[in-house]
Design a protein around this ligand. Sequence first.
Ligand code: NAD
Length: 337
Amino acid sequence: MSIPVTLIPGDGIGPSITEATVRLLAAAGADIAWDRQLAGQAAVTAVNDPIPEATLDSIRRTTVALKGPLETPVGKGFRSINVALRKAFDLYANVRPAKSVLPGLRFDDVDIVLVRENTEGLYIGVENYIKIGGDDHAAAQSMAVVTRAGAERIHRYAFEYAVAHGRRKVTLVHKANILKYSQGLFLEEGRRIAREFEGRVQVEERIVDACAMELVMHPERYDVIVTTNLFGDILSDLTSGLVGGLGLTPGANIGKTAAIFEAVHGTAPDIAGRGIANPTAVMLAGVQLLDYLGQAERATRVKRAIEAVLREKKTVTGDVGGSATTDQYTDAVIARL
Ligand code: NAD
């Protein structure tokens, strides 16, 4: 019986890279009944609503979605739809793997899974301006909230992930030396959960700035990283850069009852509509999706085909040093299955 999954093609390069992924998963024999739904700018244009109720209903029904990037205007209009979706389905764990596959990069031994807290921290969107004298925008403040329950579940997710995937170490990344309350609580919970996993997974701690430096000098020292929302957002782009850029890294947003899989990158407006976008990140999100659906063997087969084509570096897209179109690259991966 085919498995129902919501498909949100997204904006910019989204439709072309998600279609490439649909084609690849079908070629791999995944029996998925895609329920195509709108969100983002495409939904604003069609129904004047960035997250139509029909899309939310679809995800409530299927509990799983594959999503292309969505356009969020900077500093005006609606708030990030991605953040809203994470909130709506309480997708608290953002899992972003970055692995060296492309040849010729500075490092060939990166294999990091960054687990980012996805619902709290500075991204809760509680912000305001303070008026002083005649200046409405004389000051601005943003609130960061860390709860014990939120910190506990993300650390538990990271440690359980490490055990389930045969990983040796989890690094707790924080800034508790300065933000003693919010970051302090995050670290306190991390240490408590780490004790439960003693003997099964090693644990270490890093202050985020030191971690950033070490990541660009010795990324091989890292295995699983768990950190708060903002730090995770920044560090996961850094780890993407270590393995060849944003076109290559996927992200899973996991909750207790739903999951949304996507690329880490955005809509790439500069190359949209030219047929040259790299679909690898969404394809690897498709691999995470297959894993989540319990199709680990098929997931591995798809991942190996993608890695083989990237390693060969003959039929790859422009962002990673090739000249293939999205379709040519997709055909090459399918041929490798
Ligand atoms: P971006 O990731 O879209 O682009 C950054 C650079 O990387 C661009 O030069 C782009 O061409 C390149 N790039 C990104 N993905 C690529 C791919 N698959 N193949 C080849 N090149 C690729 O970031 P941005 O320009 O800061 O953001 C553009 C829009 O995307 C904004 O509206 C932003 O809000 C949105 N965005 C959405 C998501 C999401 O939906 N998850 C994430 C980030 C940004």
